[in-house]
Write a protein that binds this ligand. Structure first.
Ligand code: FES
Length: 204
């Protein structure tokens, strides 16, 4: 029986080529802050990153009064309105309300986080695990684990990568007077929201 070959999409090829470029460039480049990485990465930079509602999978806007503690949902940012483009993994974020012990009980924006779902190791999609003894982000591919307070990898291969490739990109959030959650306009830069698939420097 013959096998069926599936031709990789152009974006798969370009991502693979980019990984090769990273490998060839070596760790030294990772420490070079003036390289405009955002131009090379498939960040959704062609869409103006504007302030946007945190829209949950059920179509409603997240609210501090109703979103459960120790719980996560997948959100999309920035939304293009095109259902195909909006399925792009580089637009997917884990929107997490922290557990009580990490501050999730507060009725304000500090109880929430939104991190890029693209694992900083080899771009599998990680997710939040709320079970007792976990309460962290875990990547199913090679076991990288992420601290939900700051998005920093603390176990697995992503934790061994040099900064900024050991901290997940983040969306900064705010609330309105009704408790509705909003995403502040993102800046795809390693010193601000970070670069999806590449990382972010932790700000002190
Ligand atoms: S892709 Fe996530 S640990 Fe390797």
């Amino acid at each position: 029986m013959g096998s069926i070959e599936i031709e990789p999409s152009k974006s798969d090829v370009s991502r693979r080529d980019f990984l090769k470029l990273l490998a060839a460039a070596g760790v030294g480049l990772a420490f070079t802050p003036f390289i405009p990485w955002g131009k090379f990465m498939p960040n959704p930079s062609n869409i103006m990153p504007v302030k946007a509602e945190v829209i949950l999978p059920d179509g409603t806007q997240a609210n501090v009064k109703t979103f459960p503690k120790n719980h996560s949902e997948v959100i999309t940012y920035p939304l293009s309105g095109d259902p195909v483009l909006d399925k792009e993994p580089f637009k997917k974020w884990q929107f997490v309300r922290l557990p009580d012990e990490l501050g999730g009980g507060k009725e304000d924006v500090s109880a929430f986080r939104a991190y890029s779902m693209v694992c900083l190791h080899l771009w599998c999609l990680w997710k939040y695990w709320p079970q007792e003894g976990r309460k962290r982000g875990e990547c199913p591919c090679h076991g990288s684990m992420y601290n939900m307070i700051n998005g920093k990898a603390f176990a697995g291969p992503a934790s061994l990568q040099a900064a900024p490739s050991n901290v997940l990109p983040i969306l900064y959030l705010e609330t309105d007077s009704d408790g509705n959650l909003w995403i502040k306009p993102a800046i795809w830069n390693v010193n601000q929201n970070g670069i999806v698939g590449y990382g972010r420097f932790l700000q002190t």
